[in-house]
Design a protein around this ligand. Structure first.
Ligand code: E4P
Length: 217
C-alpha cells in the first residue's frame, strides 16, 4: 500500500518524509487555503521534498477552464497530477487530459458508480472520500470495497486512493480491502505508529538493561 500525505503544509511533509515511507502528497483548495502562501510555490516545494505523485486541484468547473488550469499545473513538475472533481465536465476533461499524457486524480467520489465512470474516462487515481460519508451516517469504507471489486472484475488500472481518512482504523480497513493508496493527514500518519504496549515494553527493556549494563557490555 502506498502512503500519501494529505496536506499542503510543507513542514508536515518534511517531517513525515524524513521517515522515508511517504510515496506522494494530495492537496485540495481547502488545505491550500490554510497555508496563506502562493499555491504554485507550495507545489514546487512539495515536489522538491517528495519524489512521487503530487495532486494539485483545479478550481474551474467547466471543460475549457479545467483544461487550461490542468496544463499549467502539470507543466510545473513531472510529478504533478491534476485533481478534477467528479462532475460531467470533469470526466470530459479527464478523458482529454489522459490523451495528452497528463495524469489525473478524480476527486469528490462518493459512490462506486462514480468510480466506474472515472475509470472509463481513464483516471490515473480515483479518490473515494470515506470520512465524509461516515459524517452523514453512511458506511464510507463499503464504497472502497465495491470499487475494488468492480475494478478487479474488469482490470481497470485506475488506482484506488482512499481519501478523507480520519483515524487509523480507516487506514486499516482500506488496507484490508486492498486500496492501492491511503492519503493520510499528518496526525493520523503519526497515530498509526503509536501503541502503549510498545512504550511500556521499551521502558522495561531499557530499565532492565540499565541494571546489568556494566556486567554484560
Ligand atoms: C483527498 O484528496 C481529500 O483532499 C481529503 O482526503 C479530504 O478529507 P476531509 O474529508 O477530511 O476534508
Amino acid at each position: 500500500m502506498k502512503f500519501f500525505l494529505d496536506t499542503a503544509n510543507t513542514d508536515e511533509i518534511r517531517q513525515a518524509a524524513s521517515m522515508g515511507i511517504i510515496d506522494g502528497v494530495t492537496t485540495n483548495p481547502s488545505l491550500v487555503a490554510k497555508e496563506n502562501r502562493k499555491f504554485r510555490e507550495i507545489l514546487i516545494e512539495i515536489c522538491d521534498v517528495i519524489d512521487g505523485p503530487v495532486s494539485a486541484e483545479v478550481v474551474s468547473t467547466e471543460f475549457n477552464g479545467m483544461m487550461k488550469e490542468a496544463r499549467e499545473l502539470a507543466a510545473l513538475h513531472p510529478n504533478i497530477n491534476v485533481k478534477v472533481p467528479l462532475i460531467r465536465e470533469g470526466l470530459k476533461a479527464v478523458k482529454a487530459l489522459t490523451s495528452e499524457g497528463i495524469k489525473t486524480n478524480v476527486t469528490l467520489c462518493f459512490s462506486p458508480s462514480q468510480a466506474l465512470m472515472a475509470a472509463k474516462a481513464g483516471a490515473t487515481f480515483i479518490s473515494p472520500f470515506i470520512g465524509r460519508v461516515d459524517d452523514i451516517s453512511g458506511v464510507g469504507i463499503e464504497i472502497i470495497r465495491d470499487i475494488r471489486t468492480i475494478y478487479d472484475n474488469y482490470g481497470f488500472e485506475t488506482e484506488i486512493l482512499a481519501a478523507s481518512l480520519r483515524h487509523p482504523l480507516h487506514v486499516m480497513d482500506a488496507a484490508l480491502i486492498g486500496a492501492d493508496i491511503a492519503t493520510i493527514p499528518f496526525k493520523v500518519f503519526d497515530q498509526l505508529i503509536n501503541h502503549p504496549l510498545t512504550d511500556i515494553g521499551l521502558k522495561r527493556f531499557l530499565a532492565d538493561w540499565e541494571k546489568v549494563k556494566d556486567q554484560v557490555s
